[in-house]
Design a protein around this ligand. Structure first.
Ligand SMILES: [Zn+2]
Length: 74
């Protein structure tokens, strides 16, 4: 269970995982990024979904989200 993890173990193992920013495609590790509930459109169905997505910066998060979708999150 998540609450049973020691924070030090989580930082040393999981947050060093490399990933690629979906907005600017820059490579970074999770601990340097910004995690947010964000919206995306499925290519096949055109439906809008939600997921936790990690971006390299807050700037890229704001660039990814349509302004009207950001309004729905508050
Ligand atoms: Zn980025």
């Amino acid at each position: 269970m998540l609450h049973s993890l020691l924070p030090a173990q989580f930082v040393s193992q999981n947050l060093q995982t490399p990933c690629r920013c979906p907005e600017c495609e820059r490579r970074f590790v999770y601990q340097d990024g910004v995690m947010s509930l964000a919206h995306y459109r499925e290519v096949d169905s055109g439906k809008v979904g939600q997921a936790l997505i990690c971006f390299c910066s807050t700037t890229c998060l704001l660039g990814w989200e349509h302004p009207t979708m950001l309004g729905l999150m508050h």
